[in-house]
Every structure is written in structure tokens, then in C-alpha cells.
Ligand binder design. Structure first.
Ligand SMILES: NC(=O)c1ccc[n+]([C@@H]2O[C@H](COP(=O)([O-])OP(=O)(O)OC[C@H]3O[C@@H](n4cnc5c(N)ncnc54)[C@H](OP(=O)(O)O)[C@@H]3O)[C@@H](O)[C@H]2O)c1
Length: 348
């Protein structure tokens, strides 16, 4: 950890799947901090966890631990964020919140640094929302194309990893896979809606309006908010697949203006946070296994949509725990520090 002018940081939900990755990304990025506090539920209080070369004790979530904290990186269930992020903000911190609790609040910026960093200029509630993992990777890939030809409609199908449901989701898949390997009785699902090993689940999220799940509505609403265009039509189908880490997406995008495949590839190859992995001849396209542990969004199979005049199809893969959550949150924090926004945004 660094010097006296650096922020005091708290990770809320430090013991979860995302919280663990936030700790790791902070170390990798050598994020400047004068102090780090790790908070979680009372169940984890006193637990020792690693941070770089140090071992830190987990504190229970309590308002007194926000005293003197400049920046909170929060990744707890929505209900906890709803209650506790305003408490941390009132104590003077800027909160970067990974849950869905604040994303659609008009007074809370919803930010992907490669796409809409300017939204960080105004943080009236002291809370910045980190978007949904599936939305983040899609908008990072689409932003350079939107700038060229203006998106009219997106049809997206996701292939989402078990870790999207946190540590418990991963436990489900791992224990089921282990039982299959040992030819034992497969344990029932505790987190996913049904058995995931050897299966595909199209209903692993809470049902919502018009036959779409909450996850699907997040992709519709968050995409429009981040790209700043309420006219964009989004038609999503979200699906859970038996993959540990890394969400994949089949994205069909229709533009207002024509966009050639080669022009799209040129833009993608130069876009921040995007790695183009596209060699049709060699049948090379990104896979979740290759992308797990990486911070970028990988794009492949860029091709003309055979069904609409101004359409392109592509395959988009990213690590849901990194760019879909921890890395994006830390990148937001880096912009806040770089632009001196932690102190400026304090409410009186
Ligand atoms: N997983 C993903 O790919 C992903 C991507 C984007 C956003 N998100 C969002 O990020 C958040 C965390 O997800 P996750 O996957 O990391 O979940 P997780 O593995 O279940 O971790 C949840 C964390 O919240 C803490 N927590 C739970 N109840 C609490 C309470 N009453 N008081 C204080 N802390 C409490 C847990 O502490 P204990 O360990 O002590 O229970 C744990 O540290 C969720 O809102 C999720 O929707 C997840």
C-alpha cells in the first residue's frame, strides 16, 4: 500500500466471487491506497484473507468502518447495496456499486470507462453503478461500431457462466461435475434453477415482464443508458451454460447506415479494451477458457448479417468476474482518482 495522499478504500462483499477478484485486480493494477478495509457479512467477520503479500482480517459491515473512507468498491446482493451504499456515501465516500440496485436511478451514473467515462462528471448521490456483466462486454464491443454507423437494433443471445451466480453458483457446477467424474449421485442444484452440469438453462433468472427475465431487461435498459440512446431496440435471450468463468454472446446488430465487415474489424482492432480474434480461415474465434483471467473483451466471427441490409453478426466473449465486474469497477475507480473526483464529489 502507498502514501498519505492516496485514498482509503473499503471493499464491501470482499469475500464473494467478485470481491475476491476486486482484491486481485487492485494488486495487479498497483492501485494507490493509504489503507484498505475488507467488509462482509457477520458470518465472515474475523476471517483472514490475502491481499498481495499481506493477510487482512474481514470486518463486519458496520457504519463505523466507513469513517475516513474515500472510496468503496461494493459487491453484495442488491438488497444489501440498497441499504448500505447510501450509508457509505453519506459518510463521505464515493461508492462504486456492482449490484443492480442503483443502475437505473437517473441520479446514478452507469459507467463503462471505454464507453461513457464522461458520465462520471456528475455523481449527485455519491454512488456510481457498475453495469450488468453481459451488458458491459456487449457495449464495449459495440461502441466503436455505434460511433461509425449508429445502432438501430440489437438481437443478442448469451451463453453465461456459472460464476455469474457468485461463489454459490460455482459450487453448484463444481460439485455436480465432481460427482459425474466419480460416478456418484449428482447433488441437487442450490443456486442455479436446475442441474447445470451437462445442461443448458434458459430460465436461470427471475421472471419479469412480457416473458423476459430480469437479466434480459437489464440488457435492454442498461445498453440504452450507457450508449445514451433510448431509441436503440434490444432483443435479448439470456442462457446459462456449464462454463465456470466467461460469458459468450452471439450479437446481431443492425445499423442506420451501411458498415462493411472490414471497416468494422478495423475499428474493433483499434478500440480500447477490445481484442479482435477473428480468423475465419483458421476457424479461430474467442472461447471462455481463453478469455478467463483476462481484462479485455474478445470479439470474433465478425460477418455480414444475411437477414438485414445494414447488419453485422459477431461473437463476443469476456471474463464476467473481471471486465464484467471487478476490472470495470477498478477502472471506474482509476478514473475517479485520476480526475480528482473523490474529493470534489463529497457532499456537504
Ligand atoms: N458474479 C458475477 O459475474 C457478477 C457480475 C456483475 C455483478 N455482479 C453482482 O455483484 C454482487 C456480488 O456478486 P458475487 O457474484 O460476488 O456474489 P457472492 O459470491 O455471493 O458474494 C456476495 C458477497 O456479499 C456479502 N454479503 C452477503 N450478505 C451480506 C450481508 N448481509 N452483509 C454484508 N455482506 C453481505 C458476502 O459476504 P459473506 O461471504 O460473508 O456471505 C460476499 O462477500 C451481486 O449484486 C451481483 O449481482 C456479479
Amino acid at each position: 500500500m502507498a502514501g498519505g495522499g492516496d485514498p482509503c478504500v473499503a471493499i464491501v462483499g470482499a469475500t464473494g466471487a467478485v470481491g475476491e477478484l476486486i482484491r486481485q485486480v487492485l494488486v495487479e493494477q498497483q492501485f494507490p491506497m493509504r489503507e484498505l478495509r475488507l467488509l462482509a457479512s457477520p458470518r465472515s467477520a474475523g476471517k483472514e484473507v490475502r491481499f498481495g503479500g499481506e493477510v487482512l482480517k474481514v470486518l463486519p459491515l458496520d457504519a463505523k468502518h466507513f469513517e475516513g473512507v474515500d472510496l468503496v468498491l461494493s459487491s453484495t446482493p442488491s438488497s444489501i447495496s440498497k441499504e448500505w451504499s447510501p450509508i457509505a456515501a453519506k459518510a463521505g465516500a464515493i461508492v462504486v456499486d456492482n449490484s443492480s440496485a442503483w443502475r437505473m436511478d437517473p441520479e446514478v451514473p452507469l459507467v463503462v470507462p471505454e464507453v461513457n467515462p464522461g458520465a462520471l462528471a456528475n455523481i449527485p448521490k455519491g454512488i456510481v453503478a457498475n453495469p450488468n456483466c453481459s451488458t458491459i462486454q456487449m457495449v464495449v464491443a459495440l461502441k466503436p461500431l455505434h460511433d461509425l454507423a449508429a445502432i438501430k437494433r440489437i438481437v443478442v443471445s448469451t451463453y453465461q457462466a456459472s460464476s455469474g451466480k457468485g461463489a454459490k453458483g460455482l459450487d453448484d457446477l463444481d460439485s455436480q461435475m465432481m460427482a459425474i467424474g466419480r460416478e456418484e449421485t449428482i447433488p441437487p442444484a442450490k443456486s442455479h434453477i436446475d442441474r447445470l452440469a451437462g445442461n443448458v438453462l434458459a430460465h436461470d433468472w427471475t421472471a419479469s415482464d412480457e416473458g423476459y427475465s430480469e437479466e434480459e431487461w437489464k440488457m435492454v435498459k442498461e445498453t440504452r443508458k450507457i450508449l445514451g440512446d433510448q431509441s436503440i431496440l434490444v432483443s435479448p435471450t439470456t442462457v446459462r451454460v456449464p462454463v465456470r468463468v466467461g460469458h459468450s454472446e452471439s450479437v446481431h446488430v443492425e445499423f442506420h447506415r451501411p458498415l462493411e465487415v472490414e471497416e468494422a474489424k478495423r475499428a474493433l482492432s483499434k478500440a480500447p479494451g477490445v481484442i479482435l480474434v477473428d480468423d475465419q480461415g483458421k476457424q479461430i474465434a474467442p472461447t471462455p477458457l481463453q478469455c478467463a483471467g483476462k481484462d479485455e473483451v474478445f470479439v470474433g466471427r465478425v460477418r455480414r448479417d444475411l437477414g438485414v441490409p445494414n447488419g453485422l453478426n459477431m461473437w463476443v466473449v469476456a471474463d464476467n468476474l473481471r471486465k464484467g465486474a471487478a476490472t470495470n469497477a477498478v477502472q471506474i475507480a482509476q478514473v475517479l482518482v485520476r480526475n480528482g473526483l473523490l474529493k470534489n464529489c463529497r457532499r456537504g
